[in-house]
Design a protein around this ligand. Sequence first.
Ligand SMILES: [Ca+2]
Length: 196
Amino acid sequence: MKVLTTAVIGSSLAALLSGVMAMPSSASAPAAKSHCVTNVAAGQTHCYDTFPQALSAATGGQITDAPQSPAAAAASRSFEQQINAIGRQAASSDAPLALVTLSIEYDWNYYQTTEGSITYVGPSGCDSDGSVEWQRSNLGDAWNDRISSFRGYNGCQVNHFQHANFEGARTGPLGSSFAMSEIGGVNNQASSIRWV
Ligand SMILES: [Ca+2]
């Protein structure tokens, strides 16, 4: 898998994107790999062995050096600016498969990738009018009741709901939380998400 991914990263952006989108089902079983990327528009999830591999897929191969333990990097302005710049570029391009990062969600507190991450991407980010841009009514078995910290990107505030279909306790739309245990009711319980 490592060899294949390295080869894919080295190829052209178009080939990478088609490779990502056409990933064979045997390479996308969420149970075995704990760093996932979900395209909220296409409803597709692919999972990878490492956080850098997932971020490479989420950014169309433009970030291939994401740190394995990005507690500091996820919180840093440069990492955020890099992801947002790629998002602006993707949203304004004509590429039909352009990906914009909406948020990165972590199983552990403090944006630690130790126990896994899920990066949500879409064709465009969020504006500032308060309306819901994207949503996932059910996080699926692999990520239900698991998220403990998160950070929104490309203008997105993220609202996590305790139950599927946006019911129960909620985090309220927030730009980030390093510890959802600090904001009540949804730590290790999020089952649906809206990006505002
Ligand atoms: Ca957790």
